[in-house]
Design a protein around this ligand. Structure first.
Ligand SMILES: [Zn+2]
Length: 238
Protein backbone atom coordinates (compact mmCIF):
# COMPACT_ATOMS: atom_id res chain seq x y z
CA UNK A 1 0.00 0.00 0.00
CA UNK A 2 1.22 3.47 -0.91
CA UNK A 3 2.14 5.67 2.04
CA UNK A 4 3.08 9.30 1.45
CA UNK A 5 6.49 10.18 2.83
CA UNK A 6 6.30 12.53 5.77
CA UNK A 7 7.63 15.96 4.94
CA UNK A 8 10.95 16.67 6.57
CA UNK A 9 11.12 19.89 8.49
CA UNK A 10 14.29 21.90 8.74
CA UNK A 11 15.62 21.99 12.27
CA UNK A 12 15.16 25.52 13.72
CA UNK A 13 18.80 25.57 14.80
CA UNK A 14 19.92 24.82 11.22
CA UNK A 15 17.73 27.66 9.93
CA UNK A 16 19.16 30.02 12.55
CA UNK A 17 22.75 29.08 11.69
CA UNK A 18 22.11 29.56 7.95
CA UNK A 19 20.43 32.92 8.53
CA UNK A 20 23.33 34.07 10.71
CA UNK A 21 25.82 33.03 8.01
CA UNK A 22 23.78 34.90 5.37
CA UNK A 23 23.68 38.09 7.47
CA UNK A 24 27.41 37.92 8.25
CA UNK A 25 28.17 37.35 4.54
CA UNK A 26 26.01 40.39 3.73
CA UNK A 27 28.04 42.55 6.14
CA UNK A 28 31.31 41.10 4.94
CA UNK A 29 30.59 41.72 1.25
CA UNK A 30 29.22 45.21 1.76
CA UNK A 31 25.61 44.35 0.90
CA UNK A 32 24.39 45.86 4.18
CA UNK A 33 24.63 49.68 4.27
CA UNK A 34 26.74 51.07 7.09
CA UNK A 35 23.72 52.81 8.66
CA UNK A 36 22.50 49.35 9.76
CA UNK A 37 25.79 48.59 11.48
CA UNK A 38 26.67 49.83 14.95
CA UNK A 39 30.12 50.99 13.77
CA UNK A 40 31.36 54.37 12.53
CA UNK A 41 32.51 55.11 8.96
CA UNK A 42 36.13 54.42 8.16
CA UNK A 43 38.74 57.11 8.78
CA UNK A 44 41.78 56.42 6.60
CA UNK A 45 43.94 58.45 8.98
CA UNK A 46 43.26 56.11 11.92
CA UNK A 47 45.75 53.25 11.97
CA UNK A 48 44.09 51.29 14.75
CA UNK A 49 40.47 51.15 13.55
CA UNK A 50 38.32 48.50 15.17
CA UNK A 51 36.36 46.25 12.79
CA UNK A 52 38.61 47.49 9.99
CA UNK A 53 37.60 44.73 7.57
CA UNK A 54 33.87 45.46 7.95
CA UNK A 55 34.42 49.21 7.70
CA UNK A 56 36.41 48.70 4.50
CA UNK A 57 33.71 46.32 3.17
CA UNK A 58 31.07 49.01 3.75
CA UNK A 59 32.79 51.14 1.06
CA UNK A 60 32.38 48.44 -1.55
CA UNK A 61 28.89 49.31 -2.80
CA UNK A 62 28.33 52.77 -1.32
CA UNK A 63 29.52 55.51 -3.68
CA UNK A 64 28.69 58.36 -1.27
CA UNK A 65 30.52 56.72 1.63
CA UNK A 66 33.47 56.05 -0.67
CA UNK A 67 33.68 59.71 -1.74
CA UNK A 68 33.56 60.81 1.92
CA UNK A 69 36.19 58.34 3.17
CA UNK A 70 38.64 58.37 0.29
CA UNK A 71 40.34 61.74 0.81
CA UNK A 72 43.83 63.22 0.67
CA UNK A 73 46.40 63.23 2.15
CA UNK A 74 46.23 59.44 2.67
CA UNK A 75 44.96 58.90 -0.89
CA UNK A 76 44.40 60.91 -4.07
CA UNK A 77 41.56 59.23 -5.91
CA UNK A 78 38.44 60.04 -7.89
CA UNK A 79 35.40 58.02 -8.91
CA UNK A 80 35.23 56.33 -12.31
CA UNK A 81 32.11 55.17 -14.19
CA UNK A 82 30.93 51.61 -13.61
CA UNK A 83 31.52 48.89 -16.18
CA UNK A 84 28.58 46.46 -15.83
CA UNK A 85 29.83 42.96 -15.12
CA UNK A 86 29.69 40.73 -18.21
CA UNK A 87 31.05 37.20 -18.33
CA UNK A 88 32.57 37.72 -14.87
CA UNK A 89 34.47 40.88 -15.83
CA UNK A 90 33.74 44.51 -15.00
CA UNK A 91 33.73 46.83 -12.02
CA UNK A 92 31.43 48.74 -9.68
CA UNK A 93 32.19 51.75 -7.49
CA UNK A 94 35.81 51.98 -8.59
CA UNK A 95 38.26 54.86 -8.28
CA UNK A 96 41.23 56.15 -10.21
CA UNK A 97 44.21 56.50 -7.86
CA UNK A 98 47.37 58.59 -8.29
CA UNK A 99 48.78 58.68 -4.75
CA UNK A 100 48.63 56.31 -1.80
CA UNK A 101 50.26 57.02 1.54
CA UNK A 102 52.41 59.79 0.04
CA UNK A 103 53.74 57.61 -2.82
CA UNK A 104 52.89 57.96 -6.49
CA UNK A 105 50.94 55.09 -7.97
CA UNK A 106 49.16 54.92 -11.29
CA UNK A 107 45.89 52.99 -11.16
CA UNK A 108 43.10 53.80 -13.62
CA UNK A 109 40.40 51.76 -11.86
CA UNK A 110 40.26 49.82 -8.61
CA UNK A 111 37.33 49.02 -6.31
CA UNK A 112 36.89 51.62 -3.60
CA UNK A 113 37.47 49.30 -0.64
CA UNK A 114 40.63 47.82 -2.16
CA UNK A 115 42.00 51.29 -2.97
CA UNK A 116 41.25 52.43 0.61
CA UNK A 117 42.95 49.30 1.99
CA UNK A 118 45.97 49.91 -0.23
CA UNK A 119 46.30 53.53 0.86
CA UNK A 120 45.97 52.64 4.55
CA UNK A 121 48.59 49.89 4.21
CA UNK A 122 50.95 52.36 2.49
CA UNK A 123 50.36 55.11 5.05
CA UNK A 124 50.38 53.12 8.28
CA UNK A 125 52.71 50.20 7.48
CA UNK A 126 54.87 50.62 4.35
CA UNK A 127 56.07 54.19 4.95
CA UNK A 128 57.01 53.72 8.65
CA UNK A 129 58.68 50.35 7.88
CA UNK A 130 60.62 51.86 4.95
CA UNK A 131 62.01 54.53 7.29
CA UNK A 132 62.78 51.92 9.97
CA UNK A 133 64.50 49.35 7.73
CA UNK A 134 65.81 51.46 4.85
CA UNK A 135 66.13 54.99 6.22
CA UNK A 136 64.05 56.46 3.41
CA UNK A 137 60.41 56.81 2.46
CA UNK A 138 58.71 55.29 -0.57
CA UNK A 139 58.35 57.77 -3.41
CA UNK A 140 56.49 55.61 -5.93
CA UNK A 141 55.09 52.13 -6.44
CA UNK A 142 55.59 49.88 -9.44
CA UNK A 143 52.74 47.46 -10.02
CA UNK A 144 51.96 44.80 -12.60
CA UNK A 145 48.28 45.54 -13.00
CA UNK A 146 44.92 45.88 -11.30
CA UNK A 147 42.12 45.12 -13.79
CA UNK A 148 42.46 42.14 -16.11
CA UNK A 149 39.56 40.09 -17.49
CA UNK A 150 41.06 36.68 -16.75
CA UNK A 151 40.91 33.59 -14.56
CA UNK A 152 43.15 32.79 -11.59
CA UNK A 153 46.66 31.83 -12.69
CA UNK A 154 49.35 29.63 -11.21
CA UNK A 155 47.20 27.42 -8.97
CA UNK A 156 45.67 24.38 -10.75
CA UNK A 157 42.74 24.02 -8.33
CA UNK A 158 41.45 27.51 -9.11
CA UNK A 159 42.17 28.13 -12.78
CA UNK A 160 38.47 27.61 -13.68
CA UNK A 161 37.51 30.65 -11.58
CA UNK A 162 37.67 34.34 -12.38
CA UNK A 163 40.48 36.21 -10.66
CA UNK A 164 39.70 39.17 -8.39
CA UNK A 165 41.58 41.15 -11.06
CA UNK A 166 38.56 40.56 -13.34
CA UNK A 167 36.57 42.83 -10.98
CA UNK A 168 39.33 45.43 -10.44
CA UNK A 169 39.48 44.15 -6.87
CA UNK A 170 43.19 43.21 -6.74
CA UNK A 171 46.64 44.68 -7.32
CA UNK A 172 49.99 43.03 -8.08
CA UNK A 173 52.80 45.05 -6.48
CA UNK A 174 56.28 44.48 -7.91
CA UNK A 175 58.58 47.17 -6.46
CA UNK A 176 59.00 50.28 -4.33
CA UNK A 177 61.09 53.26 -5.46
CA UNK A 178 62.58 55.10 -2.47
CA UNK A 179 63.15 58.81 -1.98
CA UNK A 180 66.93 58.23 -2.14
CA UNK A 181 66.65 56.63 -5.60
CA UNK A 182 66.95 52.94 -4.64
CA UNK A 183 64.40 50.43 -5.95
CA UNK A 184 63.34 47.53 -3.74
CA UNK A 185 61.73 44.75 -5.74
CA UNK A 186 60.06 41.51 -4.74
CA UNK A 187 61.94 39.54 -7.40
CA UNK A 188 65.38 40.83 -6.38
CA UNK A 189 65.14 41.35 -2.64
CA UNK A 190 62.62 38.88 -1.15
CA UNK A 191 65.17 36.17 -0.37
CA UNK A 192 68.11 36.65 1.96
CA UNK A 193 68.82 38.61 5.07
CA UNK A 194 69.26 42.14 3.75
CA UNK A 195 67.48 45.22 5.08
CA UNK A 196 65.44 45.18 1.85
CA UNK A 197 64.34 41.57 2.49
CA UNK A 198 63.36 42.41 6.07
CA UNK A 199 61.36 45.38 4.80
CA UNK A 200 59.53 43.26 2.20
CA UNK A 201 58.71 40.50 4.70
CA UNK A 202 57.48 43.02 7.26
CA UNK A 203 55.19 44.87 4.85
CA UNK A 204 53.80 41.60 3.48
CA UNK A 205 53.02 40.37 6.97
CA UNK A 206 51.32 43.67 7.90
CA UNK A 207 49.25 43.68 4.70
CA UNK A 208 46.98 40.90 5.97
CA UNK A 209 45.13 43.34 8.22
CA UNK A 210 43.96 45.40 5.23
CA UNK A 211 43.55 42.82 2.46
CA UNK A 212 41.75 39.50 2.68
CA UNK A 213 44.19 37.78 0.38
CA UNK A 214 47.89 38.65 0.46
CA UNK A 215 50.14 36.35 -1.55
CA UNK A 216 53.88 36.54 -2.13
CA UNK A 217 56.80 34.40 -3.33
CA UNK A 218 56.16 31.79 -0.60
CA UNK A 219 52.71 31.02 -2.05
CA UNK A 220 53.70 29.68 -5.47
CA UNK A 221 56.04 30.23 -8.42
CA UNK A 222 53.55 32.55 -10.15
CA UNK A 223 54.12 35.06 -7.33
CA UNK A 224 57.95 35.02 -7.34
CA UNK A 225 58.07 38.62 -8.55
CA UNK A 226 55.12 40.35 -6.89
CA UNK A 227 52.69 40.59 -4.02
CA UNK A 228 49.07 39.93 -4.93
CA UNK A 229 46.55 41.73 -2.72
CA UNK A 230 42.77 41.49 -2.99
CA UNK A 231 39.57 41.97 -1.03
CA UNK A 232 37.48 39.09 -2.36
CA UNK A 233 35.40 36.72 -0.22
CA UNK A 234 38.24 34.41 0.84
CA UNK A 235 41.04 34.88 3.32
CA UNK A 236 44.62 33.76 2.82
CA UNK A 237 47.91 35.30 3.85
CA UNK A 238 50.98 33.52 2.52
ZN1 LIG B 1 47.27 39.28 -8.74
Amino acid sequence: MYEPRSRRRLHPLFVLVMLTIAVLYGFRQGYVPLRYLPIPALDLNAADSWFLDLRLAALKRDRTLCATAVQSPVIDASAVADMPVDNGCGWTNAVQMTNAGGARVSVDKMTCDTAAAFAMWMEHEVQPLAKEHLGSSVKSIQHMGVYACRNIQGSKAFTAFRSQHARANAIDVAAFVLGDGRTVSVVKHWHGDSAEAKFLHAIHQRSCRYFRVALGPEYNAAHHNHFHFDRGAFRRCT
